[in-house]
Ligand binder design. Structure first.
Ligand SMILES: Nc1ncnc2c1ncn2[C@@H]1O[C@H](COP(=O)(O)OP(=O)(O)O)[C@@H](O)[C@H]1O
Ligand SMILES: [Mg+2]
Length: 206
């Protein structure tokens, strides 16, 4: 069983969107997938309530203290891929998730106010024993080169950066409202293509 935790300090940076998108991409390749929501707000849990009942995606809302147990259960049940969605300003919760996951993805908007929060994420990763991690530039403006500037800055600061950028695409929020992902709402759209590329990239690393 492979596992990925999606963490970042800032709310609204795209943790849930990315976790949902990657889980659904994995499911569509035929993997048995569990999506674990550690956020008390349960936005991924509520998103799954909006999905059709026949869905093959297992979404579990859990307090972080039960994460080891939930992961064990997933393994026993033959789950191939677990994605862990975490709350913002998570501190200990993010540390727990980062300790237990094989790999960490850190979605961040390419703005200084978001990028500044990465020092705290670095502290979290250090406390979790430095699991393999990379930053995902999300919600980047389609116009301009803000994503490139952010990438250069991140690399200078010593962060690993995913080669795939998720640009600002309305399909992500439109799909979320319906309990879907962009890939399900508009499979050939740009948002869908970017998420699929991200999935292919990240799954290969696991
Ligand atoms: N790349 C994107 N393009 C457009 N909207 C996005 C993108 N990523 C996230 N969003 C939207 O931004 C809002 C916050 O995203 P969310 O994934 O819930 O963030 P978090 O879980 O980090 O708080 C949601 O409405 C989501 O649909
Ligand atoms: Mg969220």
């Amino acid at each position: 069983m492979k596992s990925l935790a999606v963490i970042s300090q800032k709310g609204g940076s795209g943790k849930s969107t990315t976790a949902q998108g990657l889980a659904v991409e994995a499911m569509r390749t035929g993997l048995k997938v569990a999506l674990i929501d550690l956020d008390q707000q349960a936005s991924t849990g509520k998103w799954s309530d909006r999905r059709e009942e026949s869905d093959r995606l297992a979404v579990v809302c859990s307090p972080a203290a039960r994460l080891p147990k939930v992961l064990n259960q997933a393994k026993t049940e033959g789950v191939d891929f677990v994605v862990i969605d975490t709350p913002p300003h998570a501190g200990q919760i993010a540390i727990e998730a980062a300790k237990l996951a094989d790999r960490i993805l850190i979605p961040i908007e390419p703005h200084i106010s978001s990028l500044e929060t990465l020092t705290t994420v670095s502290d979290i990763l250090n406390l979790a024993g430095k699991p393999p991690a990379e930053v995902l530039i999300n919600d980047a403006p389609v116009q301009g080169r803000r994503h490139e500037d952010a990438r250069e800055w991140l690399i200078e600061q010593g962060f690993k950066v995913a080669p795939v950028v998720l640009f600002h695409r309305a399909a992500h929020s439109d799909a979320g409202d319906l309990g879907k992902t962009a890939g399900e709402l508009d499979p050939l759209g740009k948002a869908a293509v970017e998420m699929k590329q991200l999935y292919i990239y990240i799954y290969r690393l696991l």
